[in-house]
Design a binder for this molecule. Structure first.
Ligand SMILES: [Zn+2]
Length: 231
């Protein structure tokens, strides 16, 4: 696949760390990619940095990392930890989908402890439905997304069952550099070692799939059904 891909995440870190390599690979293969974050992730601020200032640091990191990958970036202004799942947020994401026209969407799996991640999953599910609904009039005409995948995320691990392995070897280093713009990547803002976890995960998924580095994705249930005349 080398078409258009849109990564939709609750927070910029989720977008870059769990979906970034997938987007980078698509772009490297001649496609186009964009990241949409529902919030700027400002409430992940460490104690010594005010929330507003941390939000600006997150925004700056997102600009640099998406530019490095040659991707677009949209950050919606919903408050971190309070991302609403309602018609307004769903329509906004629907409009972004109709605008960008992705062949593939990658987003959060719903087995998450984090309410923003759960809401993002629900918002994207309904936004894809609304985007493809001919009779729903918006600024842009209806658009049907061909495929949806869920990203592997340490916070969304409940019942995550990967079925799709993507070779990210050619973009691994670039993706690592893109992630490194975020202070949280190397654990400067909290306890979790994102860099060690996601770089090791890419090695582990690579071992299982026969690639040097890989990401594991979970296809939406609707596209796992095969319709055959015979086996
Ligand atoms: Zn998150």
């Amino acid at each position: 696949m080398s078409g258009r891909i849109m990564a939709i995440a609750a927070h910029p870190g989720d977008g870059l760390f769990t979906m970034g390599a997938t987007v980078a690979r698509q772009i490297e293969r001649g496609g186009a990619g964009t990241f949409l974050s529902l919030s700027v992730g400002e409430k992940g601020a460490p104690k010594n940095i005010p929330v507003r200032q941390y939000g600006e640091m997150q925004r700056a990191a997102t600009e640099k990392s998406t530019r490095l990958l040659g991707a677009g970036s949209i950050i919606l202004p919903y408050p971190d930890a309070e991302i609403p799942f309602n018609d307004e947020s769903t329509m906004r994401v629907c409009d972004a989908i109709r605008e960008f026209k992705p062949d593939v969407i990658v987003t959060h799996w719903n087995g998450s402890w984090h309410k923003d991640h759960q809401n993002c999953h629900l918002i994207v599910h309904d936004a894809i439905f609304y985007a493809g609904l001919d009779t729903l009039e918006r600024k842009q005409p209806a658009y049907t997304v061909a495929k949806t995948y869920y990203a592997e995320n340490w916070e969304d691990a409940t019942n995550f069952q990967p079925d799709t392995y993507l070779n990210i070897s050619p973009v691994f280093q670039k993706w690592m550099e893109a992630c490194d713009f975020y202070p949280m990547w190397r654990g400067q803002t909290g306890f979790f070692r994102y860099n060690d976890y996601y770089s090791s995960l890419a090695v582990m998924r690579g071992c299982l799939s026969g690639f040097h580095h890989a990401v594991a994705l979970m296809a939406d249930a609707g596209q796992r059904t095969e319709r055959l005349e015979s086996l």
